[in-house]
Design a protein around this ligand. Structure first.
Ligand SMILES: *Cc1c(COP(=O)(O)O)cnc(C)c1O
Length: 383
């Protein structure tokens, strides 16, 4: 079945006993055994819960992976991927140099303590990643596509080839595009990870994450970490995610149509000095993203003329909420320097252009004209 059908049918009719069309919320921490040495397939809910199992099966199918494991947050999912790296062997991890701020914090504070050595590289420059792989000792390459908040686009097939040749794993954080727009396994990735909190759940009411594995063997290793460390989502959150995922395709289509309208508007505004959106022809990532993905997502970053405008804009928007996060049906505006990327080294922020004039928008499903009018009004009135 095609992806739109898989989405609509997510969790449909999984309860043979009653025929319930919606997967029941199995709010149960443990499961009775029919007899000694027998199991219904569920024993204790950290290891597996029926509602979570339906979500995990759905997520594996959407990406065409062998197995998915759901986590209590995107960070727990990323943590699980780091924990796949065995002790005592290769220990270098190549990461996108402008990644999600939480990934830097996790790696620098805890990954390093566990003996991992982070190497931050411009993953939109395949040659830069290949040079790091040639230096040896790389266990894992972890790439965000597009990167955040600068929206640079990596060539996943080329990175997958280089990683495989060097004996390293390639993990793609596909939070921004989702399987609706991009399917990393088709380009050679080994692992796909998500902050499910964002587009997959889609309504800013759930915190969850997921790791999808290309092979069963890798999927079993992730599930082992999931059970051992125990960062699992509860049945209610799994159910909300299943409910949310059904409309992923129509939400994404609307959100990216709105994002293109907003990006075009901002790129012409006299108080905006730079607009970044890989769906805009002329954006550095435009051609490369089109070759790999069926869309550009709905995150738009832009720089205003002067940093003094930022507090005014944040205080006066009405169609946008001033909040961190992204991917929900309601539009949000974020100030990356302070809210999401405070953990990045100042020299790196400087070099990347992650400055005090940069704002990031997560575009929702509203009427695009309301979003444009709101931005126009606040940009004009800002000091
Ligand atoms: C939000 C986000 C994360 C972290 O996920 P949480 O669900 O907040 O723990 C990781 N990667 C990306 C790209 C994100 O946007």
């Amino acid at each position: 079945m095609r992806i739109a059908t898989l989405l609509a049918r997510a969790g449909c009719g999984t309860d043979a006993k009653t025929g319930a069309i919606s997967t029941p919320i199995y709010q149960s921490a443990t499961f009775c055994h029919p007899g000694l040495g027998e199991s219904t397939g569920f024993d204790y809910a950290r290891t597996g819960n029926p509602t979570r199992a339906v979500l995990e099966k759905t997520l594996a199918e959407l990406d065409g992976g062998a197995r998915a494991s759901a986590f209590s947050s995107g960070m727990a999912a990323i943590d699980a991927v780091f924990r796949l790296i065995p002790d005592g062997g290769r220990n270098r991890v190549v990461l996108t140099e402008d990644p999600y701020g939480g990934t830097v914090r996790l790696m620098d504070r805890f990954g390093c303590r566990a003996g991992l050595v982070p190497v931050y590289a411009d993953t939109s420059d395949s040659g830069a990643v290949e040079r790091e792989l040639e230096r040896g000792g790389v266990a894992l390459v972890m790439v965000e596509i597009p990167s955040n908040p600068l929206l640079r686009v990596a060539d996943i097939a080329r990175l997958a080839e280089a990683a495989r040749a060097a004996g390293a794993l390639l993990a793609v954080d596909n939070t921004f595009l989702t399987p609706w727009l991009f399917r990393p396994f088709e380009h050679g990735a080994d692992l796909v990870l998500y902050s499910v909190t964002k587009y997959l759940a889609g309504h800013n009411d759930v915190l969850a994450g997921a790791v999808v594995s290309r092979t069963r063997e890798m999927g079993d290793r992730v599930a082992y970490v999931q059970n051992a460390a125990g960062a699992v989502p509860g049945p209610m959150d799994c159910w909300l995610t299943l409910r949310g995922v059904k409309t992923l395709g129509i939400r994404m289509d609307r959100q990216q149509a709105n994002a293109l309208r907003v990006a075009e508007f901002l790129s012409r505004h006299r108080r905006v000095t730079r607009t970044r959106y890989p769906g805009l022809p002329g954006d550095p990532g435009y051609e490369r993203l089109r070759r790999q993905a069926s869309g550009s997502g709905a995150i738009v970053s832009f720089e205003v003329e002067r940093s003094e405008m930022v507090p005014d804009i944040l205080a006066n928007v009405r169609a946008f909420a001033f909040a961190e996060s992204l991917g929900g049906v309601e539009s949000l505006i974020t100030y990356p320097l302070v809210q999401t990327h405070a953990d990045l080294a100042p020299e790196l922020r400087e070099r990347l252009g992650l400055n005090d004039r940069l704002l990031r928008l997560s575009i929702g499903i509203e009427d695009a004209e309301d979003l444009v009018e709101d931005l126009d009004r606040t940009l004009r009135m800002a000091m």
